[in-house]
Design a protein around this ligand. Structure first.
Ligand code: HEM
Length: 235
């Protein structure tokens, strides 16, 4: 039986984690530019912005996470060690005095083991950038941020947890346990669904401000956030 933690695969083989990052990069950028996200990464972020973000993410995870986990082979799910994130989002909201009951969803997560794995890559990855966002929010909001149990889901273990997730992703096609094309298609579909759901969420009550502080991740502090950890990842 193959050990799926084996890292001795040829260096020339395509790494699924890298293919996924490239395939979803454009949608990730588009998500970062959404008004809800631009407010979150702005230096003038407020507690309300953070709450809007949590409410929106609660809907996303409630709609997708359960079905994606259910669609995945139990053995692979165990290898990946993915833990559901929705409870952490709901706990963060409850701590903020904002209990959230997700609406019944009409979104249909991709089905099939490969596509579900791609979808889980998207949901798991949100906590990779999440740690950096949590630091930014802690700086701007101080104690009002609370535990940030979702954004800082893996705490000090973030990098290790992601490396484990990515190395298992990489090993699956090599052992014939997953079709990379299906995984990538599932990730793209899921990321587009996330984008659509976040696009309609958390519209600001006041007219959007157009100054440089609200220019979003590409134009302001958010870009610095991304740049600060992008260096940890290399192709
Ligand atoms: C304000 C919003 C967001 C910001 C600023 C942000 C930022 C980041 C950053 C800095 C990284 C690390 C990139 C790297 O090290 O290469 C990252 C990775 C990632 N993020 Fe986000 N993110 C945001 C929202 C989201 C959301 C909503 C999702 C999905 C639900 C998501 C999914 C991912 C994924 C899948 C990765 C892993 C990319 C890889 O394969 O390395 N992000 N994000």
């Amino acid at each position: 039986m193959h050990d799926i933690h084996d890292t001795t695969r040829p260096a020339t083989s395509a790494r699924l984690a890298i293919l996924l990052r490239h395939a979803t990069a454009e949608t990730h950028d588009a998500v970062e530019r959404l008004p809800l996200m631009a407010r979150l990464t702005s230096p003038s972020v407020t507690r309300e912005d953070y709450l809007d973000y949590l409410h929106a993410l609660a809907e996303v995870y409630a709609a997708l996470e359960g079905s994606l986990l259910d669609a995945l082979d139990e053995a692979i799910r165990n290898d990946l060690g993915v833990r559901p994130k929705l409870p952490a989002i709901l706990e963060d909201l409850a701590e903020q005095g904002q209990p959230h009951i997700p609406h019944p969803s009409t979104q249909l997560a991709p089905t099939g083991s490969g596509a579900a794995l791609g979808g889980l890559y998207v949901l798991e990855g949100a906590t990779l950038g999440g740690r950096v966002i949590a630091k930014h929010l802690r700086r701007c909001l101080g104690p009002a941020l609370g535990s940030a149990g979702f954004l800082d889901f893996h705490g000090e273990q973030s990098s290790a947890a992601w490396k484990r997730f990515a190395s298992i992703l990489d090993s699956l096609p090599a052992h014939g346990r997953m079709d990379p094309t299906e995984v990538i298609a599932g990730a793209c579909t899921t990321f587009s669904m996330v984008h659509r759901m976040l696009e309609g969420a958390g519209a600001p009550s006041a007219p959007a401000q157009a100054g440089p502080e609200h220019a979003g991740p590409r134009g302001s502090g958010g870009r610095c956030l991304a740049a600060s950890i992008a260096a940890h990842h290399e192709d």
